[in-house]
Design a protein around this ligand. Sequence first.
Ligand code: KIV
Length: 284
Amino acid sequence: MSPQRTTLRDLHGMLGSGEPIAMVTAYDYTSALLADRAGIPMILVGDSMAQTMLGFDDTLPVTVDDMVRHTAAVVRGAERAFVVADMPFMSYQASVSDALRNAGRLLKEGGAQAVKLEGGIATVETVRALAAAGVAVMGHLGLTPQSVHQLGGYGVQGKTSGAARALVDSALELERAGAVALVLELIPVELAQEVSDQLTIPTIGIGAGGACDGQVQVWHDLLGLSVDFTPRHAAKYAEVGETVLDALRQWADDVRQRRFPSEDQTTHIKQSLDLGSKTLTPPE
Ligand code: KIV
């Protein structure tokens, strides 16, 4: 029998009992399977796949088709985790009907349990419509990477009184509209604490200090796979990139030196093979 998948009720139960929620991004079958085996209750199929998997400079080029395909792979790999799929740039901003159609694809074709979208007051009507349609929606405030050009970079948000007030108001409005959880990205810990205190839904922080109800990290940052850059808010729990580099160099050298393949990776004929001009004979 398949193990039971984590539900929103389980996540809210963790919130109630004060157990912090760990969420990690995953973009493919194998990493989702590993995250699931590690007992991580929430997986985000983040549009950060634009950078980590596809090599773009920012998240903007990711399409709904990309998200559906990768979400489906993650759902196949993770039997237990609650899987959240990011709604990509311009898949929900233009109209509520776009948002409903695209969220529907992420749930129906991708198999996600929830979707996440970025933004404050401007997204409240969309969140309300999605929630009314039965879609579990996660909000995302603070640094919203899809607005990188408007924000002028990836800096800390909510540093002025006005910005902090707007963020708290947006968080409350999103909860009232039916958001089931909220990502808080790159904001001061004091502001994250205030939002977490005021909301009844879980806040999941990234670069928002330890006051949130949970933490999310990007797979590549956490495991040392971001070879050129790791953000300050990420802690490396492994040096997988270095391990992979070492393994690849060693293997390529073994190929050059004819040490690979060895007998272990080689198959022999079991009986003589008559090729006409010659006969191949099995080893003694
Ligand atoms: O796409 C992503 O990885 C995210 C996290 C930074 C929260 O949205």
